[in-house]
Design a protein around this ligand. Structure first.
Ligand code: RB5
Length: 146
């Protein structure tokens, strides 16, 4: 699968762990930065960059990471066509795909450890949108954009 990933400084360390895992699993990963964990940067820049790529159809899905996952998911969700879901466990990640057709997974680098984060990522990537009644609800979410 072709994925795009991005983080601020608070999510940088976890981004590197997630990126290595994805590459090991055979995925193609585009990294939109940031490129170190020391320099303070603004999470909206990275959330927006990943979200714009996903909304443009360049990648099947994206992963965004900041300290809590909150700010960067808020920013990503401002881009039309994006459904970014902040998940703290694999169940949420599975439901985000099955019920909400989330196209971006958001993680908090200061909230979840690397082992849990990878389990969340695996659950997100292994799950598919269930459609049916959930499609109607997702359509209603997207209608809010217009
Ligand atoms: C940066 O210190 C921090 O505010 C950011 O990573 C994130 O947690 C914001 O929601």
């Amino acid at each position: 699968m072709k994925l795009v990933i991005g983080s601020d400084h608070g999510g940088y360390a976890l981004k590197e762990v997630v990126k290595a895992y994805l590459l090991e699993q055979g995925h193609a990963v585009s990294d939109r930065g940031t490129d170190d964990g020391e320099t303070s940067v603004d999470y909206p820049d990275y959330g927006r960059a990943v979200a714009a790529d996903v909304a443009a159809g360049k990648y099947a899905c994206g992963i965004v990471i900041c300290g809590t996952g909150i700010g960067i998911s808020l920013a990503a969700n401002k881009v039309h066509g994006i459904r970014a879901a902040l998940c703290t466990d694999p169940y949420m990640a599975r439901m985000a795909r099955m019920h909400n057709d989330a196209n971006i997974l958001a993680l908090g680098g200061r909230v979840v450890g690397p082992g849990l984060a990878l389990a969340i990522v695996a659950a997100f990537l292994d799950s598919e949108f269930a459609g049916g009644r959930h499609a109607r609800r997702v359509d209603k979410i997207m209608a809010i954009e217009s």
